[in-house]
Design a protein around this ligand. Structure first.
Ligand code: EPU
Length: 417
């Protein structure tokens, strides 16, 4: 299994390009199930989760190609299988996203229940509640969701918790339902709006995405289109924190600073200099790094997917900060690894109390999930000596060649095969 070795101590400098957003590309690929015509995508990051999605769709009979240059072609004219098997769902929970499109186009689906994961229980009850409101029957049989309907109909669906993939799933399900569907307390994440934009290009009638109320008028069929995936705000954010933590000077290009407002404001408040330009942002780290609290929130609040990286930054802060995680109940596994590197972090339920200013020292650490892996690289960038990060397959799920990108900024980082 691959490992990543980082030797700390270099202030990063230069320009780095952001890839397309994994969490926008996943639903976009799956949306190809909604039509028998071809969907062409650009800016798809060729990361592991995308390749897993390609495999999942291929097993359903979709002609799916994802190229190294970020282009993808998908055609579901021959899609016959309506099953997402446990073997794939257990490696990628986002497989649940096939449920909505399969129900919309074929009226039946069999999808393995994802189960818990390293960051929390992550139930899918809201996905099922929404489909049931639209007239589907959903049963759990042998660990699988078995859903069927004689034709979905529009419904008013109120989410009691904001759910990103739940909103995406039901938005796709509603595109061809009879009548109007209203999604209330919907997720406003840019990835949801990107999916809405793709679906509109396919002929769907959707308005209100980017707000808490999304309205979808069902249409009889959807058609081919071409769509460019938005830049990955979490990857760009990870580079922004890398600049701040190393006191570096990094220009992050091909990104969407307007999707990163909460993080960029936070970086300014901890003392970094942030210059915005169209499609890029320059971050200059300054001394001292001021310790500031954050609480994760649904968009446009501070993203849970940036919490681990921000924690790495706060280990270098000039005082004490409190990081409160409100989205997932168990997303502090990286803290324990950072403690092994010398950080002073105490976990109290959903709060992590980080006492900054402790020098980190390189150690062998274990990545527990995707963003935890990124945070350990960031900690490694400022630690004395070598940090060796194990279980790098988590990292490969969502970051495209992060070690090459950081090395191009001067980081001493390499993959050990
Ligand atoms: N929830 C429920 N019931 C549901 C669905 C969600 O209680 O039916 C709860 C979850 O347990 C959680 C909260 O709602 O406490 C929010 O979960 P959400 O459904 O929004 O998460 P997700 O859609 O499974 C996506 C991203 C995650 C990101 C979260 C939150 C994708 C493929 N995944 O997950 O990304 O952390 O939204 O923003 O879009 C990552 O990229 O590393 C990652 C984990």
């Amino acid at each position: 299994m691959d490992k990543i070795c980082v030797t700390g101590g270099v202030a990063l400098a230069g320009r780095v390009e952001t890839s397309g957003a994994k969490n926008a590309a996943l639903p976009a690929m799956v949306a190809s199930l909604l039509t028998d015509e071809t969907i062409e995508l650009e800016n798809v990051p060729p990361v592991r989760d995308i390749l897993t999605t390609r495999r999942l769709l291929s097993e359903m009979g979709v002609q799916a190609e994802v190229r190294e240059d970020g282009s993808a072609t998908l055609n579901a004219a021959e899609a016959g299988g309506h099953e997402a098997p446990y073997e794939l769902v257990k490696t990628m929970r986002a497989s649940i996203l096939v449920l909505g499109p399969l129900m919309a186009r074929f009226g039946n689906a069999r999808v393995s229940l994802p189960g818990g994961c390293a960051i929390g229980a992550r139930p899918v009850n809201l996905h099922l509640m929404g489909l049931q409101k639209m007239g589907a029957t959903c049963e759990i049989v042998h660990g699988y969701i078995q859903a069927s309907s004689a034709g979905l109909r529009g419904a008013h669906i109120l989410f009691d918790t904001v759910t990103v993939t739940g909103t995406e799933n039901l938005m796709m399900a509603a595109t061809m339902a009879k009548g109007e569907t209203v999604l209330d307390n919907a997720a406003c994440e840019p990835e949801v709006s990107d999916l809405a934009e793709l679906l509109r290009r396919m002929g769907a009638l959707i308005e209100g995405d980017g707000t808490r109320t999304i309205r979808i008028q069902g249409v009889p069929r959807l058609h081919s289109c071409r769509h460019r995936i938005i830049p990955d705000r979490i990857e760009a954010g990870t580079f922004a924190v890398a600049a701040a933590i190393t006191h570096g000077d990094v220009l992050i290009s091909n990104c969407a600073p307007e999707h990163m407002t909460a993080l960029l404001l936070q970086l300014v408040s901890v003392g970094a200099e942030v210059d915005l330009r169209t499609g890029c942002v320059r971050v200059r780290g300054k001394d001292p790094i001021v310790s500031r609290d954050i609480t994760t929130q649904p968009y446009p609040g501070f993203a849970t997917d940036m919490q681990a990286q921000y924690m790495a930054l706060m280990t270098q802060g000039d005082g004490t900060s409190v990081i409160t995680e409100t989205i997932f109940e168990n997303r502090f596994m990286h803290a324990l690894e950072m403690v092994r590197m010398g950080a002073d972090i105490k976990i109290e339920g959903r709060r992590a109390i980080v006492r900054g200013g402790k020098p980190l020292s390189g150690a062998n650490v274990l990545a527990s999930d995707l963003r935890a892996s990124a945070s350990l690289i960031l900690a490694g960038l400022v630690a004395h000596g070598d940090t060796v990060i194990d279980r790098v397959y988590h990292l490969d799920r969502g970051y495209h060649r992060i070690e090459d990108k950081l090395a191009a900024l001067g980081a001493k980082i390499e993959r050990i095969r």
